[in-house]
Design a protein around this ligand. Structure first.
Ligand code: FE
Ligand code: FE
Ligand code: MG
Length: 170
């Protein structure tokens, strides 16, 4: 624990650690959502989308690392039991029972939008009160915004392709 790290935070550190553990649970679930989705996915553009989803998975894991590191700095304990991920996470994990690429991407998109809100809220909560957590929240937020945009682009391309096929049938 960083003693000074805790004393300079002008907010309720215990509450902040609670919020950070919720974010940590979400990052692990997001990691698995991408990781498993990329592997079971079927359909058009799969070979192009798969490596990007696996990259996003590793980026979610890196976010988990940043969040866990900050929890420890603040004298807290990162979640020690994965069984608690579902209790703590505010973002949903969706079982990818339909492997069609569009469904996988839609699940990931929902997750990204939830993550964006999480880090927007964390930035608001820490703004001007805890610069280190604030900066971390912004760093992660920027990557979640990139993720959302990547997935929106893929979904848009899939839609264009579908429309083109419809025209061919006429
Ligand atoms: Fe993330
Ligand atoms: Fe993300
Ligand atoms: Mg990307």
């Amino acid at each position: 624990m960083g003693e000074k790290a805790v004393s300079i935070a002008r907010l309720d550190v215990a509450e902040l650690i609670g919020i950070l553990n919720e974010a940590l649970a979400e990052e692990w679930l997001a990691y698995y959502q991408y990781w498993i989705g990329a592997r079971i996915m079927e359909g058009p553009m799969r070979s192009e989308v798969e490596p990007e989803l696996l990259l996003h998975a590793t980026q979610e894991l890196a976010h988990a690392g940043l969040v866990a590191g900050r929890i420890i700095q603040l004298g807290g304990s990162p979640i020690l039991n994965p069984a608690r991920w579902f209790d703590l996470a505010g973002c949903e994990y969706e079982e990818p029972t339909d492997p069609y690429i569009e469904e996988i991407l839609k699940q990931n998109l929902k997750g990204e939008r939830c993550a964006i809100q999480r880090y927007e809220d964390l930035a608001d909560y820490t703004n001007g009160k805890d610069y280190a957590t604030y900066q971390m929240a912004i760093t992660i937020l920027n990557e979640e915004l990139e993720h959302e945009h990547d997935i929106e682009d893929y979904l848009n391309d899939l839609n264009i392709m579908k429309e083109d096929f419809k025209k061919l049938r006429i």
